[in-house]
Design a protein. Structure first.
Length: 84
């Protein structure tokens, strides 16, 4: 048992058992054919991603730049985009 995502993923890839991970964490391994999903009937519903910051629409330029950057990167990530 481990609480480190990378260790759990690598152990599952090497055949040491199964791992419960989030879709974006395993999508590169799935696409490479190194990892497969099991127990799909028991998957939880997708969760929304929220970027929360205290300034609201009047955020500092650096905060707004990060929000824009993060939003674009999340939308480009296939494992996240499929639930958008």
């Amino acid at each position: 048992m481990t609480n480190a995502t990378d260790a759990a993923l690598q152990s599952a890839i090497e055949g040491w058992g199964i791992a419960r991970l989030l879709s974006y964490q395993v999508s590169p391994a799935i696409e490479a054919g190194k990892f497969e999903t099991v127990l799909t009937d028991y998957e939880e519903k997708p969760m929304s991603i929220h970027l929360v910051y205290p300034e609201g629409r009047h955020a500092a330029a650096k905060v707004r730049a990060f929000i824009d950057f993060a939003t674009e990167r999340l939308r480009e990530t296939p494992a996240v985009r499929q639930y958008a």
